[in-house]
Design a protein around this ligand. Structure first.
Ligand code: SPQ
Length: 425
């Protein structure tokens, strides 16, 4: 796909539902008693993989556009699938469902696409095994395909070496089935949608600093979940409005949960013009409309506890930094190496090919911004966040940019290019 430079972007955008929340609504709805109705569900390929897996586990799920109804069968209502579960490209599906499946009274084979088969699963196999789970990595490489032999589990306290919502959630979900309390302490707080939504469904989850704990024994009950817009999807339009000349974009109905709002902090620190309007709480999640306009950005330092709050936005931030004056340093972000692609390497390679001054480090990137960028032929590596971020860069290069593998945006935002197009003046 070719992206041409533009003069101005203006308009109002409503981004699709939050991916993390959409996944969790299907999973928790499936193991809850009664019906869960989800509105503004993200119909991206990743969340559809979650639906497909739970259907194979015997759950009836109705779909009508972005409204889905899950006919939950309770904590012990899943049944043995007749075929292998395919989690597609979704790390969230793979890791969270493994927590649930570890405790069932049947065996499951589970795998995903080429990218999923390279992503580390040892980070969940280790703690789940400590709980008594029996999970075999079929290639003996701590990656999927996994063979999960369901077993009775016991509660543990786990100190996680990584700040990862997927690790935390996998353990907490297994903890619903354990014989005593289960808790997870992480180095920094990762997104807490699991804790919020499990409580909303009737579980007993408590959080204290970076420790989350769950007590077994509580039934979950089906709920209505209205999914807020995904701040990770909004980030592309926020960046576009800031770095494109003569621009003003209002992104409506965006989830701004404090464990996800690092992009807002970064934009403000970089000198970006950003206003939060109509801030409200829905289903325990904070939601706002976000208004941005063209701004002179400057470089900043990003690291520490801020990283988990913006982990998926870092490719977009690296591009904003290339358009900002001065130096931006991103550190403590080694997790980027184990996402859908190695996002450090891919950002460095792609931005360098466009004339940016960028250097990869062991745990991040250093970008010397303010040099004019030209179009080039860049690879998405079938990573949706890379494709979406570089499309925004391409609106602001001197010559047109080509993205190879641009269609992968369907993982989290099927209508992305159409929405972007609607803003071009
Ligand atoms: O689901 P997947 O493939 O892992 O998706 C990504 C993304 O860019 O959309 C990461 F590649 O988001 C993760 C995020 O990075 C979604 C997520 C969640 O819903 O719990 C948590 C983060 O991952 P992690 O490994 O830090 O827990």
């Amino acid at each position: 796909m070719f992206i041409n430079p533009v003069n101005s972007l203006k308009g109002i955008i409503t981004v699709p539902g939050d991916k993390s929340i959409s996944h969790r609504a299907v999973m928790f709805g499936s193991i809850a008693e009664g019906v869960t109705e989800v509105t503004n569900f993200l119909r991206g390929a990743d969340c559809l993989s979650t639906i497909d897996c739970f259907r194979k586990l015997g759950i009836y799920i109705e779909e009508k556009d972005s409204i889905i109804r899950i006919h939950g069968k309770g904590l012990h209502g899943l049944s043995m699938p007749h075929s292998i579960l395919d989690t597609g490209n979704s790390g969230t599906t793979t890791r969270l469902i493994t927590g649930i499946l570890s405790a069932q009274d049947f065996d499951v084979h589970l795998t995903g696409d080429e990218s999923i088969q390279k992503r580390p699963m040892g980070r969940i196999i280790d703690p789940l095994s400590q709980m008594g789970a029996d999970i075999v990595s079929e290639q003996n490489n701590q990656c999927a395909p996994l063979h999960i032999h369901g077993r009775p589990l016991h509660g543990i306290h786990y100190t996680s070496p990584v700040a990862s919502a997927q690790v935390k959630s996998s353990i907490l979900l297994a903890g619903l089935y354990a014989d005593s309390e289960t808790s997870v302490t992480e180095p920094y707080l990762s997104r807490n949608h699991t804790e919020i939504m499990l409580n909303y469904f009737g579980a007993q989850v408590t959080s204290h600093n970076t420790t989350a704990s769950v007590l077994p024994g509580n039934l979950l009950f089906g709920q209505k979940v209205d999914v807020p817009g995904d701040i990770s999807s909004a980030a592309y339009f926020l960046a576009a409005g800031l770095i494109t000349p003569n621009s003003e974009i209002l992104v409506k109905n965006v989830g701004i949960n404090p464990t996800r709002d690092g992009i807002i902090e970064v934009i403000q620190k970089m000198g970006g013009k950003l206003k939060l309007e109509n801030v409200r709480t829905e289903n325990g999640e904070l939601v706002s409309d976000l208004l941005v306009s063209t701004s002179e950005l400057h470089g900043i330092e990003i690291g520490g506890s801020l990283i988990p709050r913006l982990i998926d936005e870092i490719p977009m931030i690296a591009i904003m930094a290339a358009f900002a004056k001065g130096k931006t340093t991103i550190k403590d972000a080694q997790e980027l190496k184990v996402k859908e692609s190695n996002r450090i390497d891919v950002c460095v390679k792609n931005l360098s090919s466009m004339g940016a001054k960028i250097e990869g480090t062991d745990d991040g990137m250093i970008i010397e911004g303010g040099y004019p960028l030209h179009g080039s032929r860049i690879e998405s590596h079938l990573d949706h966040r890379i494709a979406m971020s570089f499309a925004i860069a391409g609106l602001n290069t001197q010559t047109r940019l080509e993205i190879i593998g641009a269609d992968c945006v369907s993982i989290s935002y099927p209508g992305y290019y159409r929405d972007l197009e609607s803003l071009i003046q």
